[in-house]
Write a protein that binds this ligand. Structure first.
Ligand SMILES: [Zn+2]
Length: 237
């Protein structure tokens, strides 16, 4: 790792190597051989792109890192809300983030315990990154439709049977989205510059007025905790 357009970061990163690339919640995490981490917040329009240093710089690149093998990691962001943060070796950076929904620890009893007594609408609860990390608006809407749960239902009021259904739906939706390389409902592309495919699998998100694929009644869009919420009034209860 040799150069970076932002000089303060460049000095700190010079000579380090990438050991692994992972994710925590919505944040890609680049683990360095030194034990430090580069944590990336993509926000609305941020992208990480791997390219050759001889290629034209990716449009709207704010930061790039050049490697000794001739590759370049570009962090591009049209709206510039994205962030890249260098986390020191022992630094706790994710204590505000909740459980990973695809982890082994996230089983049905654990999910039920997290929901217990919470008056928050289940849709807003799913988006709260301090409870469960990594579920966004699209995937929350889809999982609630699959499990036939009304988005405004208080989280703590779900029966054990419905908690089990939602747990299965959440994991299925997330795994399918990962398999399809994400959702390019606006302009998301992955590190290879490829669009995701999950936008073609969406059953409710962005489909107000279209027939519910299950019961054929028109889907609706309402606003819940300031977020657009797509659902079926007929078969989500
Ligand atoms: Zn329906």
């Amino acid at each position: 790792m040799i150069a970076l357009r932002r000089p303060s970061l460049a000095k700190q990163l010079a000579g380090d190597r990438i050991a692994a690339v992972g994710r925590r919640g919505k944040y890609p995490v680049i683990e360095l051989a030194s034990g430090r981490k580069l944590v990336v917040s993509l926000r609305m329009t941020g992208r990480l792109i791997v390219q050759r240093q001889t290629d034209a710089l990716y449009p709207y690149t704010n930061v790039f890192i050049d490697f000794t093998d001739g590759t370049r990691l570009a962090f591009a962001d049209v709206r510039r809300f994205g962030r890249m943060r260098l986390v020191q070796k022992e630094e706790m950076w994710d204590s505000e983030l909740g459980i990973e929904p695809l982890s082994r620890e996230f089983d049905i009893p654990r999910f039920a315990a997290i929901l217990k007594g919470r008056p928050t609408a289940i849709k807003a609860f799913l988006l709260d990154q301090r409870r469960i990390a990594g579920v966004g608006n699209i995937y929350a809407a889809e999982a609630l439709w699959v499990s036939q749960i009304k988005p405004a239902t208080p989280a703590g009021k779900l029966s054990r049977e419905r908690v089990g259904r939602l747990h299965a739906a959440l994991q299925a939706v997330l795994l399918k989205a990962i398999e399809m390389r994400g959702t390019s409902s606006r302009d998301y592309v992955d590190a290879e510059g490829m669009e995701g495919g999950f936008q073609n699998e969406l059953t409710v998100y962005g489909r107000a007025g279209e027939p519910c694929p299950r019961c054929k009644k028109p889907l609706v869009r309402t606003v819940l905790a300031q977020r657009g919420t797509w659902w079926c009034r007929n078969c989500q209860r």
